[in-house]
Write a protein that binds this ligand. Structure first.
Ligand code: PLP
Length: 388
């Protein structure tokens, strides 16, 4: 089936007990055993079934299998947040004394996890610019157990060649993990390009409405099974209700992504012509350094846009304080257009020099283009830009 059909029907069937079209929310912490031996058999893994929602739950399992289908992966797991998903990938592939090689332009929370938390667990992270494969290969050593990239990257929309990273990682015998949050499987499927693991902040386009926090990991059956053996004891489980909200959000993923992309395209056309705008970052622009790679590995350029305003940080702040329709808030992928300043907000864990090295200029403004009428978003931005 096409992905437009899979987002609606994939993995889902009417409830076998009641015929309900919408999947039941199994809002329970625990599951009752038929007798003591039944409970013991479930704990030993001798019989399939549910024990306790931190370990498994039918609503959560439905979501995990649906996302695996959408990403063309063998299996999936879901977590309480995108960061919990990334943390579990790392601790199931890398041990104390070993290291991760990561691109340097990633979500600020992932960056601080890598820079501040993992070293306390004995896991070192080496940051490189993964658009330069020589840098990746120079950084990988005997102790490297994971290559991690985000593409398009948060916040600069840097595009990394997934297939090249696959070749490089596999030639060194390590897996490649791609954070596919910005693209979603509707626009990009890293597993089809050879990636081993894909993670998402389901908080973003999957949920789509700005009302949940969740995370996803997909990969091979063996990888997901082994990861879950630890993850169930780490305990970052998603709630059944949030799993259900993500399932509901996914049904409209294709139509939402189409509109996010077409709105973003119109806003990019407006911004590139605006005399107060210095530079626009969007992989759909032919002038974008990653344009050709994006055309090869994506089916559309997404709903995220970045721009530098003439006048730097103060001018950027003035815009964010002037907009009326665009909402000044972090997060992304919502129906609402959201505007923020990565340098002082989502990416404030980067030092000033790290921001510059990752291409995040002081005045860089990030826009998550929503589903409002594009002319209304443009009018709002225009009024704000004219005030600086
Ligand atoms: C690309 C990307 N990955 C991961 C995360 C972390 O996800 P969460 O906030 O759901 O933990 C975010 C959050 O903004 C993100 O933008």
């Amino acid at each position: 089936m096409h992905i437009e059909t899979d987002v609606v029907h994939g993995g889902q069937h009417p409830d076998k007990h009641t015929g309900a079209l919408s999947p039941p929310i199994y809002q329970t912490s625990t599951f009752v055993f038929r007798d003591a031996d039944h409970g013991a058999r479930l704990f030993k893994g001798e019989e399939p079934g549910h024990i306790y929602t931190r370990i498994s739950n039918p609503t959560i399992e439905l979501l995990a299998s649906k996302i695996a289908l959408l990403e063309s992966a063998q299996a999936g797991s879901v977590f309480a947040s995108g960061l919990a998903a990334i943390f579990n990938v790392v601790v199931s592939t890398v041990k104390s004394g070993e290291n991760v090689v990561s691109d340097d332009t990633i979500y600020g929370g992932t960056y601080t996890l890598f820079k501040n938390v993992l070293p306390d667990l004995g896991i070192k992270v080496t940051f490189v610019d993964a658009t330069d494969i020589d840098q990746v290969e120079a950084a990988v050593n005997e102790q490297t157990k994971l290559l991690f990239i985000e593409t398009p990257a948060n916040p600069t929309l840097k595009i990394i060649d997934i297939a090249r990273c696959v070749d490089s990682a596999h030639s060194k015998g390590i897996p490649l993990c791609v954070d596919n949050t910005f693209a979603t499987p509707y626009l990009q499927r890293p597993i089809g390009l050879g990636a081993d693991i894909v993670v998402h902040s389901a908080t973003k386009y999957f949920g789509g409405h700005g009302d949940i926090i969740g995370g996803v990991v997909v990969g091979t059956q063996d990888f997901v099974k082994n990861m879950w053996k630890r993850a169930k004891d780490i305990g970052a489980s998603l709630s059944p209700f949030n799993a259900w909200l993500i399932l509901r959000g996914l049904k409209t993923l294709a139509v939402r992504m189409d509109r996010h992309c077409s709105n973003a395209q119109k806003i990019v056309e407006f911004l590139t012509k605006h005399d107060r705008v210095e530079h626009v970052y969007y992989p759909g622009l032919e002038s974008h350094p990653g344009y050709e790679v994006a055309c090869r590995q994506m089916n559309g350029f997404g709903g995220m846009v970045g721009f530098d305003v003439k006048g730097g940080k103060e001018a950027g702040k003035a815009i964010m304080n002037s907009v009326k329709l665009c909402t000044l808030a972090v997060s992304l992928g919502d129906v609402d257009t959201l505007i923020e300043h990565p340098g002082s907000m989502t990416h404030s864990g980067y030092s000033e020099s790290e921001l510059l090295e990752s291409g995040i200029k002081p005045g860089f403004v990030r826009l998550s283009v929503g589903l409002e009428h594009p002319d209304d978003i443009i009018d709002d931005l225009d009024l704000a830009l004219r005030k600086i």
